[in-house]
Structure formats: structure tokens, C-alpha cells
Ligand binder design. Sequence first.
Ligand code: SAH
Length: 216
Amino acid sequence: MRDGYQKARTRMVEEQLIPRGIVDPNVLAAMAAVPRHFFVEEALRPQAYGDFPLPIGEGQTISQPYIVALMTQLLELKKTDRVLEIGTGCGYQSAILAAICRRVYTVERIKPLLARARRNFDRLQLFNILSKADDGTAGWAEHAPFDAIIVTAGGPRIPQPLVEQLADPGTMVIPVGDRDSQALTVIKKAEGEISSRVAEYVRFVKLVGAHGWQSE
Ligand code: SAH
């Protein structure tokens, strides 16, 4: 896409992502192409490519570029994959996923945020994203199983429906912990076995729902 922020995006990739170990060529290409400034309000656009999270309204935030890239890389996506995202927010992470794989299913509990994300998808002509307003801790059973699942809000535990809706083989990335700090956990399902490891420590907004925190 040609826009006034192309240079800022290239710098973001070269200064924030590559030096910290983002190597997946599909992830780097998506981060270099998707117009992040487009997903934040006008006044914040000059800061859109900075090395920090930004507010997106309703008390929620868009993650720092490095965290978006890291979580995407941890999913080890293939072009044919179908991915479930919990926590659409402004839709930036969904757009990154949509640039890499076949289909993205994304769930957001706050309706005005989802409405705005949908407008962004339309304007960017991202037709391989399907979204709904709901409690994503229950997953999206009608479209399961998913090759990859990404949860972009932090919960106290791993929601069991998401484990069940993960394909075999499949990978899930989810921040798990208390309100102030969470372990970015990578869960793999392979030949019927579940394994998990911690990739990083992060701080996300709360995953609120039946299989998450009970309140904001
Ligand atoms: N991926 C987003 C990050 C948004 S912040 C982006 O790129 O902008 C996390 C989002 O998760 C918030 O919008 C919050 O409302 C949403 N969320 C929290 N709990 C949820 C739940 N149970 N189901 C769906 N969305 C949830």
C-alpha cells in the first residue's frame, strides 16, 4: 500500500522486529505491508509505528508492534491455515493474520469496537475475515477446528473450549496469568497430546468471559 507511512513501517520492521528475533518472512512481509496507522484514531497516527501499545477506546489497547509480530510468528502459520482470534479490538492483528493465511475468524465482546474493526476490514478489502460480537472464551464452535488460535487478552487460565477447538496438529498462543503480568503461553496439539511452554512475559488487557475473568 502506498501511503505517507511506508518509511515508518520499514523502520519499525528493521529496528523493532528483526533485531528482536522476528525471522518468519511472511510475518515480516505482513508487518511491512499492513497500515497500522489506519487502525488508530487520527490524533494517534503519527505514533502508530512507535515501540509501544496505543489506546483504541473502551479502555482497550492495540499491542506494541513487536508483540503482534511475536505472537503471529509463534503460530507458525501456513498459507492454507484457518485461524481463530479472540479479541478483535481495532482489527490490526486480524489484518496481519489475514495477510498471511486463508481465513481469519475473530471474536470481540465489545460491540462498538467490532463495528469499527469491520469498517476497517471493508475499507482495506480484507474479505477473508469473518467476525462476530460474542464471548470468545467459548471459541467459535461452528467453524472449528482451527489450525491456530490467538488470544489477544490475558486470562487466569486456558479456556477449555479453545483447547477443544484447536486442530491436531495445531498451535495456540495465549497470555495466562494475573492482572498485572501474564506468561505468553504456546500450546501445541500433536497426535492427541497437548504440550505447553512460555515464550515471554507480557501485560495484556483482561480476557473477560465465562472462561476468563468474571469482570473488568
Ligand atoms: N488484537 C487486538 C487487541 C485488542 S485488546 C488489536 O489488534 O487491536 C484485546 C481485546 O480483547 C479488547 O478489545 C477486548 O474487548 C477483547 N476481549 C476481552 N475479553 C474478550 C472475550 N471474552 N471475547 C472476545 N473479546 C474479548
